[in-house]
Design a protein around this ligand. Sequence first.
Ligand code: KIV
Ligand code: NA
Length: 269
Amino acid sequence: ETRRPVPSDIRARKGGTPLVVLTAYSTPIARLVDAHCDIVLVGDSVGMVVHGLESTLGVTMEMMILHGKAVARGLRRAMMVIDMPFGSYEESREQAFRNAARLMAETGASAVKLEGGAHMADTIEFLVQRGIPVMAHVGLTPQSVNTLGGYRVQGRGKDAARIMADARAVAEAGAFSVVLEKVTESLANEITRAIDIPTIGIGASAECDGQVLVVDDMLGLFADFHPKFVKRYAELGKAAEEAISAYARDVRSRAFPGPDHVFGEGRGK
Ligand code: KIV
Ligand code: NA
């Protein structure tokens, strides 16, 4: 029986067995992923995956808290990290502290994640010094989709130096790990070798110190689009569609409910 990991345990896993990370937004999915993951991330991807938003920009503190509480109820072994939503931390380090503290206090998460490199280093240091472990997130940062001009691969050519500097800055600021999203494999490898905190890749490299995927993507539940970096481990969306169409057929033909699904006069029948 191993102790539930805390951020310093995750930090110490640099260069070891790769860290397994998945997102979750609900209690039943949290229960499923708990035994298999080191970290469960309540990602602001919830806005797109669960709420039908076009980007993560419309995700609120209230949404994160509601889903964070639901996920916490399903976890016993894995460490929980929760995303800070767009607009909740960029203005000042004080604003970031206030909202990070609220996310952790109300959900029981062990750490927060926030997007941004060098320009967020000051905020990361401020939070860490005040008791809030921070997972950083550099490369493609979806909350900046409007300034990045889309969800393109980051770090090609001269852009690599900027992202390397971002990764170094967040590590130096005290982040206990950093997500590298949709950067080139060679840059992900260089960053992983250059910094002393675990890198967690998504669309990055097998050499990262861990991997993360959006659980609905890898289960084939969220099929609106299929990024190259998502490996589909199941086609649950297709299975659900077949089940729903079979139910509709059965209702219309009066095949459901059958004898097993209705109640007679006798006890226990
Ligand atoms: O919101 C999210 O799901 C994320 C992961 C993809 C890293 O930030
Ligand atoms: Na996110």
